[in-house]
Ligand binder design. Sequence first.
Ligand code: SF4
Ligand code: SF4
Length: 296
Amino acid sequence: MCQWCNQHGDRGQKWYDKIENYMFEKVFPDEAAQEKAKEEIKSTFSQTEWRYSDPEFIRNKQFLQDRADSGFGSQIITKEEMVKVIRLADEATKRADTFMVLGHCPCRLVYEGVRDYVCIGFGMPVIMSMEVGYGRLPREGLTEYGGEEWRNLRRDLRKGVKVPLKLAEAEELIDEWEKRGLWHIVMSRGRLPLIEAICNCERRYCTYWMNRFRSDVPEYVLKGHFIARVHPEKCVSCGECWDKCQFGAIHYSPTSDNVDIDPTLCMGCGLCDGACPNEAITMVAREQIPLAKNLW
Ligand code: SF4
Ligand code: SF4
């Protein structure tokens, strides 16, 4: 089990399999804690997020470590796990009378100026993010909450955002993202263990990935609970899997004409498994691989 399952799961349960971790009122049971958390959510969306567009912050390890210590974090999951996550999120939003929304990837917006709708947010953070007009371009000034500008902004946002997003739509999207070769993460944005969103990412622009691998703050994106393993007898060396791996974990050996997966590099995204036409790859529990069982 990873550190978050140990801290936030119940009796060996994964932290993202626990429905209470999707519910604002369960994570923050008293009113004072709720108000404080809401203020922090607003602050995250209205101030800190756009610092990501500033190199002074994106490469500032202390700034990133402080944020990780205050509860920013995510974990790579497989497509099958993501479907389970989105079903739990849907159930939690119904119980708490909130909703799910499809939103653009803020990382891709910062790095490439493109709005790519590959994230799903849910619960109270969605409500709070809409109040501050989350979705503005980097460096635009804050709009006053409730004013005409804010209303126009929210209307514009909604042109690109399905509000609310239905569960069946979300499941279709997850399929689409898997086909695009995007890996899946389940995330908390400053309030671990509150699960607030899922993202579907690529290495070239995922800020959480960069915070781990370039700035050496691993809590930003933990490796997943599974590791890919090849069955050599089924592998025909077609190359479909190694095209999918964004982490350099898959190697082709011309001498054996076979494919190897390095368990110490595998992040557990499962994209290779989904791409293999021969069912030559299976995802096994990290605990079963002695070399990698403690590598989170
Ligand atoms: S996709 Fe499957 S069959 Fe093709 S090289 Fe990879 S493991 Fe082998
Ligand atoms: S080998 Fe690569 S593509 Fe396959 S699960 Fe691991 S990280 Fe993902």
